[in-house]
Design a protein around this ligand. Sequence first.
Ligand SMILES: [Zn+2]
Length: 307
Amino acid sequence: MQLLYSILLTFFGVLAISATKIYHCTEPNTIALTFDDGPYEYTMDLLDQLQAYDIHVTFFINGYNMWHDLETDPKKQAVLKRAAADGHQIASHTWKHLIPENKDEIVPMMNRLDDIIEKNVGYRPKYFRPPYGKCDPECAKYFESLGYHVIQWDTDTHDWDLSIGVDERVAEVKKFLTDQWAQKKENYLILMHDIHKSTVQSIIPWVLKHAPLDEYKFVTVAECLGNKKEGSSKSKSDSESSVRTSKIEDDDRSLPETDLVAGNNTIIDTTEGDVQNLDIDSSDAQKITYHFTFSIIFLAYILLMHL
Ligand SMILES: [Zn+2]
């Protein structure tokens, strides 16, 4: 009996720790295109193309990556304004494409980027993708405690890897996506990078022409998860007195965490600031209920062990 309890405890313990990162959309017949590491000089071109097809995507942006003066250059910030005005979601990919090892530096760094996003698009991001997708369960739980949904992907185009040659990569991505769409999966959470000319000028025109636009709805990550559209989160000043919420997702499926693109993993600025607090929408409430129920069961097992 003791062995059974131990097995159950281990099982639920692992479940409790790993049930954090989100790899998949939940809404059927949706495709969420995501673009990491920008904004950059090709992003405006991408916005023009997406607008022509009335498709909404998600940008996981950095504050200091390809552009070093996004924080101060209104012309570069105009890209964010345009993206949000077009209906795209702006999400966080960290300030410098890096999660600092010193935990004390994380919140100021996240806030520095969130401040830029809020200033330009009117909300603080609720969605976060770790650089290279590298964030262990403890890390994911920490970012959830800050109020972020931690987003991975289930369809990796590897568009960043141009080591095989630009033309070869473009051909590979076309082949890969053709195969993916032929599988007619329920939904797709696709990883790409708008910092590459080949992605914006060769891959995206092909995607828009050949994607199953009549079978799937192309939506933001928030929408493909059935959440309210970005823009509904509170401003920093509104939320400072609110109760901070910690949200846990119900997905523990694992995928290989392949690297995305080399960022500028250098020093981290430590501007003072508080992390945002977020309101809870209906799907969040469901998840919290689920985990509350799970916690009760888990506690029951612990009590049984001591009987
Ligand atoms: Zn990245």
